[in-house]
Design a protein around this ligand. Structure first.
Ligand SMILES: CC(C)(COP(=O)(O)OP(=O)(O)OC[C@H]1O[C@@H](n2cnc3c(N)ncnc32)[C@H](O)[C@@H]1OP(=O)(O)O)[C@@H](O)C(=O)NCCC(=O)NCCSC(=O)C[C@@](O)(CC(=O)O)C(=O)O
Ligand SMILES: [Mg+2]
Length: 295
């Protein structure tokens, strides 16, 4: 398995590939992943220019550990094949497929990735895939999409296009996204891939942003698509385990290991009932703390 499939992705920051200044400097803010957008942020008559400045950026810039994902244009456009070719030739780590509604779309993209990996002597299987779900049909097909390819590492909700398709809009309350968020996280967990929430576009409303991030963290998402460096700190604060979480998880793991030896199945830690069902969760918090550099 490609080890990068499970890497830390608390923040996946979009940037407009039409702007060379953003391509050049984005790593300075240290999001976990940078998502170079060739799709909706790029004006129709700038697609070629954006693609080639992205290729140049990927070839020449050291992104200092930030993952490099390219959001390609939709499969109903004349652009996406060339997007895949340049992204793979440039050395991207993954492709984000927009507006996904079926497993066959993922397979189509995978076919182009395979061709490009061969053509540019990129290690076979290096380039991963994630899918954005942006419609009611996409939500209903989420599980098939998650399982479409060995290269799939995650699925993301794209709230703007999704609410348009649902004939509603982003309200700031989250009520219009409830069903899709729940279905996506369940599909992703069942398929053992990661799950990412949609962007928050009300940039000056940091209180509303924090509330939304707290909610999706509790729901079980692995991270969030973001659009601005100001949003990174909040997401990392909420998704990085606190010293209290780390110390409790350490105790849980230690006590379960010790009590198992003594033939004890259920007991308390700091007044809370603990049994084997808590083991994986505690381990996950410690792994997350390690990956985030706080343990
Ligand atoms: C919103 C704004 C214009 C505001 O700009 P402003 O300049 O006013 O922001 P400031 O805060 O003043 O910037 C302070 C400093 O940070 C630099 N800086 C800003 N943003 C940066 C960044 N992203 N990356 C690196 N650097 C950045 C900036 O250059 C400045 O640097 P400096 O001058 O040196 O101080 C800008 O952020 C931006 O373009 N965002 C990305 C937009 C984008 O890609 N949209 C497409 C994806 S969504 C979509 O398609 C919908 C979706 O598909 C989504 C889904 O899938 O979920 C669906 O359906 O819902
Ligand atoms: Mg969209």
């Amino acid at each position: 398995m490609n080890q990068n499939k499970k890497r830390l992705r608390r923040t996946m920051m979009f940037l407009n590939a039409q702007k060379p200044g953003l391509i050049k400097d984005a790593y300075i803010y240290q999001p976990d992943s940078i998502m170079f957008d060739l799709e909706d942020a790029v004006a129709e008559n700038q697609k070629d220019a954006a693609r080639y400045s992205l290729y140049h950026g990927l070839k020449t810039i050291d992104y200092r550990g930030c993952e490099k994902i390219v959001r390609i244009n939709g499969l109903d456009t004349p652009y996406w094949r060339e997007d895949v070719r340049c992204a793979v030739a440039g050395g991207c780590d993954g492709i984000r497929v927009p507006k996904t509604e079926s497993a066959s779309q993922i397979k189509l993209v995978e076919g182009e990735i395979v061709k490009a990996e061969r053509a540019y002597e990129v290690e076979a299987g290096k380039v991963l895939i994630m899918a954005a779900v942006e419609s009611a049909r996409g939500v209903m097909k989420a599980m098939d999409v998650c399982e479409a390819s060995e290269r799939m590492f995650g699925i993301a909700l794209s709230g703007g296009d999704y609410t348009r398709d649902l004939q509603t809009h982003i309200t700031g309350t989250g009520v219009e996204l409830m069903g899709a968020r729940q279905q996506l996280i369940i599909a992703a967990r069942a398929a053992k891939v990661q799950c990412f929430d949609t962007v928050y576009t009300d940039l000056d409303n940091m209180e509303g942003f924090r509330k939304e991030v707290e909610t999706i963290h509790l729901m079980g998402f692995d991270g969030k698509s973001i659009v601005n460096p100001r949003q990174i700190r909040v997401v990392h604060d909420i998704f990085t385990p606190s010293p209290k979480d780390i110390s409790f998880s350490e105790k849980v793991v230690r006590e379960i290991d010790e009590k198992k030896e003594k033939g004890i199945g259920v007991f308390t830690v700091d007044g809370k009932m603990i049994d084997i069902a808590f083991y994986d969760g505690a381990k996950r918090i410690l792994d997350m703390a390690k990956a985030s550099g706080v343990y």
